[in-house]
Design a protein around this ligand. Structure first.
Ligand SMILES: [Zn+2]
Length: 129
């Protein structure tokens, strides 16, 4: 099994938006190929445009996310990076990062960002008290 490489969330969303653009262009290219069948061409163009419009929305969303992200200096490569949520990875060296002292030293896991996990750990704390 391939080892999972954790990339920074912002980078992940950015590549997702890029893929959407390619898919959009793919559909539009399909539209060019099927221009003999007019209705199919317009449908493919419309779908392609939708994908590109959606990708623009994702780019806008990244913009707002970036302003909320916490800028930090990566302890491992000493470059400035941004992190989202409780755990994230460095944009440059993929070093797992956390803002939560409780999670320091623990193995990096995306589940720490999930609402269900945060709830469950809060419940465990309450049960102990
Ligand atoms: Zn780094």
């Amino acid at each position: 099994m391939a080892q999972l490489v954790y990339s920074s969330k912002i980078n992940k969303i950015r590549s997702f938006a890029l893929i959407l653009i390619f898919v959009g262009f793919g559909f539009m290219y399909g539209g060019i190929l099927t221009k003999q069948i007019e209705w199919l061409m317009w449908i493919l163009y419309a779908v392609g445009l939708l994908f590109i419009a959606f990708s623009c929305l994702v780019y806008l969303w990244i913009g707002t996310l970036s302003t909320r992200a916490v800028p930090i200096i990566c302890p491992s490569c000493e470059k400035p990076t941004k992190m989202l949520g409780r755990v994230d990875a460095c944009m440059h060296c993929k070093q797992p990062l956390t803002l939560d002292k409780e999670l320091e030293g623990k193995e990096f896991d995306e589940k720490y960002n999930k609402r269900s996990y945060i709830k469950a750990s809060a419940k465990n704390l309450n049960d102990k008290n």
